[in-house]
Design a protein around this ligand. Structure first.
Ligand code: ATP
Length: 257
């Protein structure tokens, strides 16, 4: 379980996240939504240890993330980041093997167990056919799938996904989110995922957190948070809600459509 309490994250003097608190139970997905600049990526970067919070705490299963060494944190938290400056000369397999870095011995050699975990992660992220390709030659979506495979190979109980579907076509959007959803159910992973697509997030997240200007504007089930009046105000565009999604989940559409 992830527990975030009164998080304050600043860039210089400017607070990008203020007083952000939430809990994500083991085996569930928290979807983080909000307009451009709301602080979604900042939250992912704070949780992954890239940014150090000015105040507040972040705990995984009662252990404070800020107090850990990088290696300890990497065994607990895996990230599929948005930014990509992937090493172009690496093969797909080598990219995914990077996910095993927190477990390597001082010689840096992969054990048979490491190789098995890499193979399994590549199967789950549907990247086996990319194993021998050069990363620099791959499309944005193929690179995105390798980033997911790398994160899965890390075997961490907390998985952070920052806009994971951005470069994916519809088939792979669904396939990626289905894979994440299956892992949450089978392995009890805890997931925090930012997504702009309100309808995908409504379909896959157990709970949502709506960030506006660095603060939690609403939190709860998709049904509670995807309120068309609230969202119309936050996104500055008239929105309507249909009860048409899988299992009666809400679907949000701009009224211009
Ligand atoms: P988007 O939907 O556009 O990706 P976001 O919700 O992920 O936005 P963040 O990237 O977390 O938003 O940015 C939150 C705020 O912090 C914004 O006002 C942004 O301009 C600011 N910010 C982000 N990165 C930096 C930085 N490196 N230095 C200074 N300010 C930053």
């Amino acid at each position: 379980m992830l527990k975030v309490t009164r998080l304050l994250v600043k860039y210089g003097e400017r607070a990008a996240l203020r007083d952000v608190s939430f809990e994500v139970p083991r085996g569930s997905i928290l979807g983080v939504i909000g307009p451009n600049g709301a602080g979604k990526t900042t939250l992912i970067r704070a949780l992954s240890g890239v940014l150090r919070p000015a105040a507040g705490s972040m705990q995984v299963d009662g252990r404070d993330l800020s107090a850990m060494s990088e290696q300890e944190r990497a065994r607990l938290v895996a990230v599929v980041p948005q930014a990509r400056n992937l090493p172009p000369a690496f093969t797909g397999l080598e990219m995914v093997q990077l996910g095993r870095t927190p477990y390597l011995n001082w010689l840096g050699q992969l054990t048979p167990l490491d190789r098995q975990r890499v193979q399994r992660a590549m199967e789950r992220a549907r990247t086996l056919e990319l194993a021998d390709r050069r990363v620099g030659d791959l499309s944005g979506g193929e690179q995105q799938r390798l980033l997911l495979a790398r994160a899965l190979a890390q075997d961490a109980p907390l998985l952070l996904l920052d806009e994971p579907t951005t470069h994916l076509d519809l088939q792979y959007q669904i396939s990626l989110l289905d894979a994440v959803s299956a892992l949450v159910k089978q392995d009890g992973l805890t997931v925090v995922m930012t997504l702009h697509d309100l309808n995908l997030v409504s379909r896959y997240a157990d709970r949502l957190c709506l960030l506006v200007e660095g603060q939690v504007a609403a939190a709860g089930t998709p049904d509670e948070v995807l309120d068309p009046d609230l969202l119309s105000r936050v996104y500055h565009v008239p929105l309507q809600r249909l009860q048409a999604g899988a299992g009666g989940r809400p679907v949000i559409l701009p009224t211009v459509l």
